[in-house]
Design a protein around this ligand. Structure first.
Ligand SMILES: [Zn+2]
Length: 445
């Protein structure tokens, strides 16, 4: 089997472990097989766990000599989201190498790290690495389906095999274009926002569509509800995690003042001059956001609608609870209209946060500046979700990180996650492979 990250990444892409959210999709055992073939050998213990037939996760371990020393888990998921080949310039599952880049679904999310972590692990074992703390590698299934048959399942059923004091997984490390920054600032995702999937059920009274005057039309009311909810403008939270980030950036005084003033930050994010991609990210990192994303309702063209359901994708800052969401929605919709609306909180998960002050942080910073001179990690809040949240819930300090070359911009990266033309350059794969190895050696010794 290969000992090179690019070839391993190609094999993982070609296995097409596409997770469409159904329990029978994924087929991650195919990628677990390939990774087991790379990892097996002296110095590494392998375990394999199947939550469902065909959905294996793989655990590899280099045991530490000191049971009291902190352990480190390198975690990559083996599944990918679907891809529509029509919209790609190259086959999303071809794993082709073109002009120094590997193309395919999973190239940045996150088979790049799943492969580079495995190669780093094997190389460490081959070099006779005998750490004080235990090093664990986890190739996990079902991240893209929410972790039900992967990280969440493993922590519930095989906790002693996967639990670790410190965890590194996706996503982070792509240089942030912060205005005024003089260094290459690499975000370490020290936490991630929570989420609430909320359904608003708007009730009306059915009647004939030919006589709409003064009818109680659920669809008309729902349109108003959507407007009011979408207009909720929360004040950015410039304290806590955001302040940690801004201060770590060491920005010119005027930029720092702007970033730490709620009103000025709102003005910046909404101004036409701001880079829209960056403004969206700042807005999402400093506020609880609400996006109305789906609507269902009515029964027939000639019937006044008596029921409309609106789906909201809500992403919460640390400390925001489900009750907070319900009261914010009720306040925005207003008492009169709320009489026709039921708020149903479906899935809800609170935000999770690890401290940026840790020995693992120091190791990441040391390895990053050695591999990318002039770069420095800064703590950031991931606005999406990853499997790291399950491990924070289990008591681990978990970070999302990686290293990338300057070949692909922050904007390209953002558009490639779950998007078209996903690809990664060979130099980025080399940097990440070296990063995991350097961090493991520094941190576990
Ligand atoms: Zn991912």
């Amino acid at each position: 089997m290969t000992s090179a990250t690019p070839e391993l990444l190609q094999a993982l892409i070609r296995n097409q472990c596409v997770n469409d959210g159904t329990p029978e999709s994924g087929g991650e055992s195919r990628n677990a097989d390939v990774l087991a073939a790379v990892l097996e050998g002296p110095g590494v213990e392998l375990e394999r766990y199947e939550s469902l037939p065909g959905r294996a996760s793989l655990v590899a371990r280099i045991d530490g000599s000191d049971p009291a020393a902190p352990s480190l888990l390198l975690m990559g998921h083996t599944d990918v989201v679907p891809a529509n080949a029509e919209n790609w310039r190259h086959d999303p599952f071809g794993g082709e190498q073109i002009d120094g880049e590997i193309w395919g679904r999973g190239a940045v999310d996150m088979l790049n790290h799943t492969s580079s972590m495995a190669i780093a692990m094997r190389r460490l074992a081959d070099s006779g690495f005998r750490p004080r703390g235990t090093l664990v590698y986890l190739a996990v299934a079902d991240e893209e389906g929410g972790g039900t048959y992967g990280a969440e399942w493993l922590l519930e059923h095989q906790r002693e095999s996967v639990a670790a004091d410190y965890v590194i997984t996706e996503t982070g490390g792509m240089s942030l274009p912060v205005p005024g920054a003089t260094e290459t600032l690499l975000p370490v995702m020290v936490g991630e926002k929570g989420f609430g999937w909320v359904t608003l059920v708007v009730r009306g009274t059915p009647g004939h569509g030919s006589m709409p005057l003064r009818t109680d039309n659920a669809l008309v009311k729902a349109a108003e509800v959507v407007q009011r909810v979408a207009a909720i403008q929360s004040t950015p939270r410039v304290e806590g995690q955001w302040r940690d980030f801004v201060e770590a950036c060491r920005l010119p005084e005027d930029v720092e003042r702007l970033f730490l003033d709620a009103d000025a930050l709102t003005a910046y994010c909404t101004s036409e001059d701001a880079d829209l991609q960056l403004a969206r990210l700042i807005h999402a990192a400093t506020t609880t956001t609400i996006a109305p994303t789906m609507v269902r309702g009515g029964v027939k063209t000639n019937v006044i609608a008596d029921r409309v359901e609106i789906e909201l994708d809500i992403r919460t800052l640390p400390g925001v609870t489900a009750d907070d969401l319900v009261s914010a929605i009720a306040a925005a919709v207003g008492e009169e209209l709320m009489a026709s609306v039921d708020v149903q909180v479906g899935k809800f998960q609170e935000a999770s946060l690890s401290s940026p002050e840790s020995p693992l942080w120091d190791s990441l910073a040391k390895a990053s500046s050695a591999l990318l001179p002039g770069s420095r990690p800064v703590p950031f809040l991931l606005v999406g979700v990853t499997d790291a949240r399950f491990f924070r819930g289990a008591g681990s300090t978990a970070y999302g990180y990686g290293l990338f070359s300057d070949r692909i911009s922050f904007r390209d990266f953002a558009s490639m996650f779950h998007g078209n033309d996903e690809r990664i350059d060979i130099e980025s794969l080399r940097l990440s492979t070296e990063l995991w190895s350097a961090v493991a050696q520094d941190f576990l010794d």
